[in-house]
Design a protein around this ligand. Structure first.
Ligand SMILES: [Zn+2]
Length: 62
């Protein structure tokens, strides 16, 4: 999953910090609700920038 960084407070939205849907799966940034805002500074998703996450997805290897 692509990661996004808040351009104001540097909050990172990625697989590790993503909001979870009703089934407990991470919600991709692109699929966040329209009223979603940065949990730290409250800006809109428009002001997030795409970054390459260097964190490893927390998924068991097969
Ligand atoms: Zn922010």
């Amino acid at each position: 999953m692509r990661a996004y960084r808040c351009s104001v407070c540097n909050y990172l939205y990625d697989i590790q910090s993503a909001d979870l849907d009703v089934e407990g799966n991470p919600i991709p940034f692109e699929k966040l609700p329209d009223d979603w805002k940065c949990p730290i500074c409250g800006i809109e998703p428009d002001l997030f920038i795409i970054v390459e996450s260097d964190r490893t997805p927390d998924v068991p290897a097969k």
